[in-house]
Design a binder for this molecule. Structure first.
Ligand SMILES: NC(=O)c1ccc[n+]([C@@H]2O[C@H](COP(=O)([O-])OP(=O)(O)OC[C@H]3O[C@@H](n4cnc5c(N)ncnc54)[C@H](OP(=O)(O)O)[C@@H]3O)[C@@H](O)[C@H]2O)c1
Length: 247
């Protein structure tokens, strides 16, 4: 599926792997100019060369790092009109044995990082909307924001927060022409969860991923590209994309 993203200037956080990398590739293939953000500079540089993007090493949990990234993107590409706040971490553990620093990392990345990203680029998006151009702030939530998974309470709570934050931001920015949207994937084959300390949960996640035909990152990238390429009057506001077999 090819969408027309000619003339769009896009930022994707968490672009060093998985859904973010696939989304950046898709945007570039569909004609957008792209900035890729993440912490692992070697991977960013490699992707940037591959797709003709600019690489901006960024830690989304650090407000100043995100502000600096926004300034660097603006200086290189100009004001952006398409932002994908995708960076996220998932660290599962039974509540009673969980390490609080893993909770902190999820809250800081999945909620604060997403907020800092939107805040750093919102003036650009409002300016694009004022100029009657498409303007998109895409949040990557999760089906976990709607369902229950034992041992994933904090992760799923961060994604429920993203869902309600998105609805409220939509109410705030929709009337001003900025489309705020939440893309909520089910199981996708990525590096998500690789960093979790609890060995049993990590093995359980690997097992789940073999029990059905799960999605590829490109499946989600296609859905994002479809949503942002819609005519300006259309906001594909909430998009759940799950493996058919996940139900
Ligand atoms: N895979 C799934 O089944 C699934 C399902 C539902 C929702 N999601 C959501 O999809 C999003 C992308 O995840 P993924 O599945 O593609 O996982 P992934 O392959 O692990 O990618 C996560 C990305 O987030 C970045 N990231 C993490 N912490 C960061 C930080 N502090 N600052 C900047 N970037 C940071 C990572 O880059 P660096 O480590 O280089 O910084 C990486 O590029 C997440 O929000 C996740 O919750 C995934």
């Amino acid at each position: 599926m090819t969408q027309n993203l000619e003339g769009r200037i896009a930022v994707v956080t968490g672009a060093t792997s998985g859904i973010g990398a696939a989304t950046a590739r898709k945007f570039a293939a569909d004609g957008a100019r792209v900035a890729v953000l993440g912490r692992r500079k070697d991977r960013l540089d490699e992707l940037a060369v591959e797709i003709g993007a600019i690489a901006v090493p960024t830690d989304v949990t650090d407000r100043q790092s995100v502000r600096d990234a926004a300034a660097a993107v603006r200086a290189e590409l100009g004001p952006v009109d398409l932002v994908v706040a995708n960076a996220g971490v998932m660290l599962a553990a039974p509540f009673e044995s969980a390490e609080a620093d893993e909770w902190d990392q999820m809250v800081h990345t999945n909620i604060n990082g997403l907020l800092y990203t939107g805040r750093a680029f919102i003036d650009d998006l409002l300016a694009a909307a004022d100029a009657h151009r498409p303007a998109d702030l895409v949040h990557v939530g999760s089906i976990g924001g709607h369902t229950v998974f034992p041992n994933y309470a904090v992760y799923t709570a961060t994604k429920a927060a993203v869902a309600h934050l998105t609805r409220n931001m939509r109410a705030e920015f929709g009337p001003r022409g900025v489309r705020v949207k939440n893309i909520e994937p089910g199981f996708v084959g990525t590096e998500l969860g690789d960093g979790m300390r609890d060995q049993q949960q990590r093995a359980g996640l690997a097992e789940w991923r073999t029990q059905m035909e799960i999605l590829t990152p490109e499946d989600i990238a296609d859905a994002v590209a479809y949503a942002v390429a819609a005519p300006r009057r259309v906001n594909v506001a909430e998009l759940i994309v799950v493996p058919t077999a996940q139900g």
